[in-house]
Design a protein around this ligand. Structure first.
Ligand SMILES: Cc1cc2nc3c(=O)[nH]c(=O)nc-3n(C[C@H](O)[C@H](O)[C@H](O)COP(=O)(O)OP(=O)(O)OC[C@H]3O[C@@H](n4cnc5c(N)ncnc54)[C@H](O)[C@@H]3O)c2cc1C
Ligand code: SF4
Length: 470
C-alpha cells in the first residue's frame, strides 16, 4: 500500500520543487501519471522570516508543528521538509510532532551505515545520531576588531573567523575546516553599516548582510550590479544571515570537495583537502575549484577596494589584485587578517549595471555561471565605459577582454548596440571555458556564456536586471 506523504513547505520554491521531484521520481518508478498521495502545507515565508532572523529555532519549530498538525488531519503518514535552513529546528520539532519525519540526508546515511563498516566518519563516531554534527570548537565573541585580530594571532592557524556562518558551518560539518577556535565577528559594531563618504565613496561594512546590501538605497543607486548580485545569492534566510564580507571571502567550490568526509574518503580525497589528486584535471598540478561568490564579479566591474585589518594595521587591496589562480586558496589575504570594509568609488551619472545568473534552482543554488556587466553612458546615450566579468568558471573570476574596444561610442538605443553586444557575446564564448569542477554539464555552461552575456548587457542598458531564469 502506498503511503500518504506530507510536505511541510517553508519557501514556496522549495515546496514546489520537492512536490515536482517526488512526482517525477515516482513516475519513473511506477509509470506515467503514477505517484503517491501527497498533501502539502505551507505557511507564508514572511512568518518564518521573523523567528529565523531572531535566531529562535523554537519559534520556527512552532510553525513547522502547525503544518505537521494540518497534514496529520489531512491523513498524511509521514512528513518531509525540503528546506535546509529550517531543519535546524528539528530538535524541537521531532519530540512534539504528531507524525514521523523523513530527513533525506539521514536516510542516506542510515543506508550507507547498514551497508558498510567503513562508515566510521566523525559524524557517526560522535553519537547515535546520523545527522552531520559540528566538530568540537571554542567560540570567542570579541566586541572590537583589534580584539578579534589579537585572538587570531594568539591562536594561530587553528583559529578561523565566522561572519554569518552560512558557508563555514556546512564546511565544518563536512570536516573541510576543523578549527579549535572560531572567532565571531557578529558583535563588532565597527564592521557594520553602509554609508557614503564626502568624496562619494560608498563604504560597506563587511558584516552588512546580503539582504541589507540588496535593499540599500545607496547601493541601488551607486552600485546596482552589486545589489542585484546580492539579491540572487542563496535564498532569503541565508541572505539575512550571510554577509558581504563572508561572500567576498567565500571558499572556492568543487563537486569533489563540497561533500561529507565519508564521501571524500571513499574517493581517496583530493588535493584541496586531505589528498594529493585532482579529479577534475587528471594529472593536474593545480586545484581549479571554482570561485562561486556572486559579489566578486560585481565588485570587480565597480573597481572596488578591500580594506583589510591585520596584526600590522590596515591595508587596502584593489579587488582585481585580490584573486589568485589557485583553487586551494584563491585570495591574497593572510591568516589572521580580517576584511573590514568594501569601498566602491563614485560612479558617473550615466552608470548602469546588471547581474545575470544561471543556476539549477532559482530559489537557492550557487551559480553555474555568473555575469556582471557595467555600462557608463553619456547624455546622448553613447557608451563611455564598459566592463564584463564572469564567474563560476575556474579558481578566479574572469574579465572578458576587448569589451570596451567593441562598445565604446556605441549608442545603446541603436541597432549598432545589438550588433556590438553580439560581437562581445561571441568573443566571451571564445574566451571562457567552464571546467567540470562544479555540478552542471560544463559544455552546457559554456554554451550559456554568450546567452547570459547578451541578456545581461541588454538588461544593463535597459535597467531591467537582474537576469535570472526563475
Ligand atoms: C544552500 C546554500 C546556497 C548558497 N548559495 C550561494 C550563492 O548562490 N552564491 C554565493 O555567492 N554564495 C552562496 N552560498 C554561500 C553563502 O551563503 C554566502 O556566500 C554568504 O555570503 C557567506 O557569508 P557568511 O557571512 O555566512 O560567511 P561565513 O560562512 O561566516 O564565512 C565564509 C568564509 O569567509 C571567512 N570570513 C567571513 N567573514 C570574513 C571577514 N570579514 N574577514 C575574513 N574572513 C572572513 C570565514 O572564515 C569563512 O572561511 C550558499 C550557501 C548555502 C548553504
Ligand atoms: S579541482 Fe576539485 S578535485 Fe581538483 S583538487 Fe580542486 S577541489 Fe579537488
Amino acid at each position: 500500500m502506498s503511503k500518504h506523504i506530507g510536505i511541510v513547505g517553508c519557501s514556496s520554491e522549495g515546496a514546489a520543487l520537492c512536490y515536482r521531484t517526488i512526482c517525477l521520481e515516482a513516475e519513473s518508478l511506477m509509470g506515467k501519471h503514477a505517484h503517491p498521495e501527497i498533501t502539502m502545507h505551507t505557511i507564508s515565508l514572511a512568518e518564518y522570516m521573523k523567528p529565523t532572523q531572531e535566531g529562535s529555532w523554537q519559534g520556527v519549530a512552532e510553525l513547522m508543528l502547525r503544518s505537521a498538525q494540518a497534514l496529520k488531519r489531512a491523513g498524511a503518514d509521514f512528513l518531509i521538509c525540503p528546506d535546509n535552513t529550517i531543519h535546524q529546528a528539528m530538535p524541537w520539532v521531532v519530540p512534539n510532532s504528531p507524525l514521523p519525519w523523513l530527513h533525506i540526508a539521514e536516510e542516506v546515511a542510515r543506508e550507507a551505515g547498514a551497508r558498510s563498516n567503513a562508515f566510521g566518519v566523525a559524524a557517526a563516531r560522535r553519537g547515535s545520531s546520523l545527522m552531520l554534527r559540528l566538530p568540537k570548537f571554542e567560540i570567542a565573541r570579541p566586541r572590537q576588531l583589534s580584539e578579534a585580530v589579537a585572538l587570531l594571532a594568539e591562536c594561530g592557524p587553528s583559529s578561523i573567523v565566522i561572519a554569518g556562518g552560512t558557508d563555514l558551518v556546512p564546511n565544518m560539518k563536512h570536516e573541510l575546516f576543523t578549527p579549535d577556535l572560531v572567532v565571531s565577528l557578529a558583535e563588532i559594531p565597527e564592521l557594520r553599516g553602509i554609508r557614503r563618504e564626502t568624496d562619494g565613496t560608498l563604504v560597506i561594512g563587511a558584516m552588512s548582510s546580503l539582504e541589507q546590501v540588496a535593499a540599500n538605497e545607496l547601493v541601488l543607486e551607486q552600485a546596482p550590479v552589486l545589489a542585484q548580485a546580492a539579491s540572487l545569492i542563496a535564498g532569503p534566510q541565508l541572505r539575512s544571515m550571510g554577509t558581504l564580507g563572508g561572500n567576498v571571502m567565500l571558499d572556492t567550490r568543487c563537486q569533489w570537495y563540497n561533500q561529507t568526509y565519508f564521501w571524500r574518503q571513499a574517493l581517496g580525497f583530493c588535493m584541496k583537502k586531505d589528498g594529493s589528486l585532482c579529479h577534475v584535471v587528471e594529472g593536474g598540478g593545480k586545484c581549479v575549484a571554482a570561485a562561486s561568490n556572486d559579489s566578486a564579479p560585481a565588485l570587480m566591474t565597480l573597481g572596488a577596494t578591500l580594506e583589510i585589518e591585520g596584526p600590522n594595521g590596515r591595508r587596502s587591496v584593489a579587488i582585481d589584485d585580490f584573486w589568485l589562480a589557485d583553487g586551494i586558496f584563491n585570495k591574497r589575504i593572510d591568516h589572521g587578517e580580517i576584511l573590514a570594509e568594501i569601498h566602491i568609488p563614485p560612479t558617473p551619472r550615466g552608470h548602469r549595471g546588471a547581474y545575470g545568473k544561471l543556476r539549477d534552482r532559482g530559489s537557492i543554488d550557487f551559480p553555474l555561471l555568473g555575469v556582471a556587466a557595467r555600462l557608463d553612458v553619456d547624455a546622448s546615450g553613447a557608451i563611455e565605459h564598459a566592463d564584463l566579468v564572469l564567474t563560476a568558471l575556474a579558481a578566479q573570476p574572469r574579465r572578458v577582454k576587448r569589451v570596451i574596444e567593441t562598445l565604446r561610442g556605441v549608442r545603446i538605443d541603436t541597432d549598432d548596440f545589438t550588433r556590438a553586444v553580439d560581437e562581445v557575446a561571441t568573443s566571451a564564448h571564445k574566451q571562457c571555458h567552464p571546467l567540470p569542477n562544479i555540478p552542471g554539464d560544463h559544455d552546457y555552461r559554456r554554451e550559456m556564456v554568450p546567452v547570459y552575456v547578451r541578456r545581461t548587457l541588454i538588461a544593463a542598458a535597459n535597467g531591467t536586471g537582474p537576469v535570472h531564469h526563475i
